[in-house]
Design a binder for this molecule. Sequence first.
Ligand SMILES: [Zn+2]
Length: 295
Amino acid sequence: MTETIDALAGLVAGGGVVVLSGAGLSTESGIPDYRGPSGAARRHTPMTYQVFTRDAQARRRYWARSHLGWRVIARAAPNDGHRAVARLQRGGLVDGVITQNVDGLHTAAGSPRVVELHGRLDEVVCLGCGNQTSREELDRRLREANPGFDARVSAVNPDGDVDLADDEVAEFRTVDCTFCGAGVLKPDVVFFGETVPAPRVARCFDMVQRARLLLVLGSSLTVMSGRRFVLRAAKLGIPVVIVNQGPTRGDGYAALTLDAPLGRLLPALADRTVGAPAAGDGGVGVAPTGLTAVR
Ligand SMILES: [Zn+2]
């Protein structure tokens, strides 16, 4: 393992790195990765854009579950992996971050130049007028519209993937846009069946094309939305390195793959390439030797 970290550090030390991150980077912050090794397949089919926009009852169910699950996201904090990426950026080795995550944790860790490919869960958009508001404000409005709802529901999972009976959903009251008065509100994230806005995709391709190295962190690259950047890098002869727990759909294109917990590997990588964290940096160094225990 030490040899592979050395190989990784050798590649990253050359700079010009663009990071592509996925759910595996946030699992250590308590946000579940439904496709990851620890998990369990998701019990609920993900909401699609088409169902969300056409079916008021499905929308009610979505918001009722999302209202309960929001507390998990709202209390999540960046972990050592996010902080190490920010250190690599400050150290001049990582030029930018493309993330598939909607939790905002890269930015919370102090990373500049982050493209949030699939949007952010803490922002809400009106499908009628396009007005954007904060999820915090919506959370307050939903609480007011549904006093005592949280306490009444029976089976709340710690990860926020909530089971709700039909009668529990039926009593949940959704709220509409206050700006235009009637528009349907949607979290400002890209749902399944929805496409990422073209300018955002173009910005990501531009970052990848300028990169000297594409470093994939915690993504199984299952969805084409992220995998296409690996394919583009490979086509251009830009080396791809993948760090993920478990195999990915990009492994065949990678110059190097590592199977390791990111919260331990990334601080060690930053220590080796940009030096120990500055005081108050938050990234308490994990001794590189600690990684010999890692698979
Ligand atoms: Zn509106």
